[in-house]
Design a protein around this ligand. Sequence first.
Ligand code: UDP
Ligand code: MG
Length: 243
Amino acid sequence: MSGGTTRSVGLSLVIPVYNERDNLPVLHREITDVLKSFGNGYEILFVDDGSTDGSDTVLRGLRDADPRVRVVTFARNAGQSAAMDAGFRSARGDVVVTLDADLQNDPTDIPRLLEALKGTDAVVGVRRTREDNLVRRVSSRVANYVRNRLSDERITDTGCSLKAFRRAALQRLVLYDGLHRFLPTLLKMEGFRVMEVPVGHRPRRHGESKYGIGNRLLPSFMDLLAVRWMKRRKLRYEVKDDV
Ligand code: UDP
Ligand code: MG
C-alpha cells in the first residue's frame, strides 16, 4: 500500500506484467506524457503476474516516484486473464483502459479511445498495421475469422489489448482463464454496447512474447468452444407473470 490514502480517480489503466522489466520505465514515461492533461485524475495499475526478471523492483521504483502508480503483485504466475481480473477488481476509476506492458500498444491512442467511449460501454482497438512476424499476423487473422464464425460475432481484432471499458460493465463479468480474449463478446452477451476504433501497433521492444502457436492455438480454440456454448446456452426468458 502506498500511503494508505484512497484517491478518487476517473481513469484506471490496467496493465498485466509478466517479465517486462526493460519496457516498464519507457511505458510509464509515455503514459505520463499522453495523460498530462489529466493531472492526478488517473491511476496506472500494474499487475505483476509473478515476474521473475526483476520487474517487481522496477515497479516498486515507479510507485515510489509517482503516486498515481499502484502495483498488484501475484505470488506466482497465474496468466493474463487472472492479471486483468485482479486489475479490474482493484481499479477505482469509472473508466478502465487496458494495454500490454511490452510497448506494442501506443498510449497516444488512449485519448481517442476515451472520446469514443462517451457514446458506448466498451471500445476495442483494431490494429491497422501489425508489427509482428508473418506467422503471427496470419494466425491472428485466421483466429479472428474462426472466432467470429463460430461464435457468431463481428469483432475485427479481439487480440488487440488496447481497449477501454466502463468499469460498471466489467463488474458484471465472471472471467475464466483465457477469457480476456473474449471480453467484447462477454460484454455484448450482458447487453452492453461495443465499438471499434483503429489504433497503432509497434514491435515488442524488449523481452519475449509469452505466446506462440503452441500455447495459444489449441487453448484459445477450446476457449472459443466454451464461449460459443455460453452464448448459445445463455438464459433467455421473459417473465409474463409473477404473482
Ligand atoms: N502477460 C501476463 N501474464 C502471462 C502472459 C502475458 O501478464 O502469463 C502479459 C505480458 O507481460 C504483456 C501482455 O500480457 O503485457 C501480453 O503478452 P504478450 O505481449 O507476450 O502477448 P503478444 O503481444 O505476444 O500476443
Ligand atoms: Mg505483445
